[in-house]
Design a protein around this ligand. Structure first.
Ligand code: CMC
Length: 440
């Protein structure tokens, strides 16, 4: 033992939770680590040896940590968001989406050589197999692009059967590159299909976002040159959406991936989860809400309906943030830059008035409801001429790297197994089958 170090310092007494079971009078010491107790430790609390043991009941996982993760840290009370320890504000200011994606996936910022190799790998996997275009062509002209994205990403698994080798790190890396690189192409093709334009092929000389804009908006020009302010704004929006720890779609990715399915199928499941209006579909709903409100004069009336429980104030509230979402703060700044190029979005005044009233209204103050990432992002997307249906797609593209990093972390975590929650059964106890003739 080194001088001055007591046995207690080397082996500190473990924090425990003392539990007395009033049913039996028995006492238990449940170890506490990282501010949690293990649900399985409760299993030993039984009324008799035949008893299954105590379980926890936590619908919607509001107080259950399902994994250990070193990717994204959120402090919802303080409004803090860090990727791999780096504050979102610094990444939004100084990094690029692809550099941030590397950081999220690999855990460290890349060296110049690593960065260039990574960018090369991503920008050279952007082409889709020609048959995938046929899937997209098969959709109706008014198909929602998220529906097209879910299906085509799932369909990609059939083109890369080696993707099933999920325990092979090299195969995992290949699929990660392909998914991050091809999502913008799929999304752009879905968009072009919905507006009846021919597909525009990737231009690998452009940046990730520049190329995406090219595939979306290129018309008859020989080569497309993106507006640098818009290209950078989109890149920052992508940084802000890259990961957000254990949200609904990430949970879907981990849960579906835990069955050892290939990553294309798991990402399709994550995109499906993101599509919902309480998650990534919220940005689309914000825009629809602002349009329906129509003018600042009608904001008080809408707030009244929210307080009466008739409608929700879309783009407000968050399971984790009980303070201003730091991403919303950054987006508000980008909006000003974008509007200088595109002209001010007339719906902005309605959004600002909603925020002003909500932030001083008791209903929102007591529930700690603040604008989230989706409140202002839709206004920018609309100004960039995206139809509202594309908004959740613009969330799915950058979130793909977060899903893939979380998926890999789950696969290599020795503590993880196939996800399989328990239930409290509330149905009938065993009863005998009644033939149809005898039923009332
Ligand atoms: N408008 C009006 N009331 C709300 C809202 C809202 N947007 N959000 C929460 N509340 C109320 C809710 O009715 C409840 O009130 P009460 O205690 O009287 O029953 C209280 O606030 C607590 O809300 P909750 O539903 O228990 O909170 P949750 O953690 O289950 O839900 C949420 C979080 C994001 C689903 C919810 O705030 C919501 O539906 N917001 C609108 C949709 C939205 O903007 N989603 C995007 C989330 S951020 C990006 C992403 O994850 O995709």
């Amino acid at each position: 033992m080194a001088t001055g170090e007591s046995a207690e310092a080397l082996h500190p007494a473990q924090d425990t939770l003392s539990v007395t079971d009033n049913r039996t009078g028995a006492s238990y010491e449940i170890p506490i680590s990282d501010g949690t107790i293990r649900a399985m430790d409760l299993r030993k609390i039984k009324v008799d040896p035949a008893d299954f043991g105590l379980m926890t009941y936590d619908p919607a996982f509001t107080n259950t940590a399902s994994c250990r993760s070193a990717i994204t840290e959120i402090d919802g009370e303080k409004g803090v968001l860090n990727y791999r320890g780096y504050p979102i504000e610094q990444l939004a200011e100084e990094s690029t989406y692809l550099e941030t994606a590397y950081l999220i996936l690999h855990g460290e910022l890349p060296s110049r050589r690593q960065h260039d190799e990574w960018v090369h790998n991503i920008t050279h996997h952007t082409i889709l197999h020609e048959n995938i275009k046929k899937f997209i062509d098969g959709f109706r002209y008014d198909a929602h692009p998220m529906g097209m994205l879910v299906s085509t990403v799932a369909g990609m698994s059939t083109f890369y059967p080696e993707a099933k080798e999920i325990l092979d790190p090299a195969s995992r890396r290949d699929q990660q590159h392909r998914l991050i690189a091809k999502l913008p192409t799929l999304a752009a093709f879905a968009y072009r299909h919905s507006v009846g334009l021919p597909f525009a092929y990737p231009d690998n000389r452009l940046s990730y976002c520049g190329n995406f804009l090219n595939m979306l908006f290129k018309m008859t020009e020989v080569s497309y040159t993106p507006n640098p302010i818009i290209e950078r704004a989109l890149d920052v929006l992508f940084i802000l959406h890259a990961d957000h720890e254990q949200n609904c779609s990430t949970h879907a990715m981990r849960s579906v991936g835990s069955s050892h399915v290939d990553p294309y199928s798991a990402v399709a499941a994550a995109i499906a989860a993101l599509y919902g209006t309480l998650h990534g579909g919220a940005n689309e709903m914000v825009l629809r809400m602002l349009r329906a409100i129509g003018s600042t004069a009608r904001v008080p009336e809408y707030i009244k309906r929210v307080k009466a429980g008739e409608v929700k104030l879309m783009g407000f509230g968050h399971r984790v943030y009980k303070n201003y979402d730091p991403r919303a703060r950054i987006i508000k700044k980008i909006a000003d830059q974008v509007f200088e190029v595109t002209g001010r979005n007339p719906l902005l005044d309605i959004a600002l008035e909603l925020e002003r009233i909500a932030l001083q209204d008791d209903y929102f103050v007591t529930r700690r409801l603040y604008p989230n990432v989706d409140f202002y992002s839709g206004l920018i997307y609309q100004s960039l001429k995206f139809p509202v249906e594309m908004f959740p797609v613009l969330f799915a593209i950058p979130r793909t790297v977060g899903w893939l990093a979380q998926w890999e972390e789950m696969l290599v975590d020795q503590e993880q197994k196939i996800a399989r929650p328990r239930q409290i059964y509330t149905g009938h106890r065993r009863r005998d089958y009644v033939s149809m003739a005898q039923r009332a």
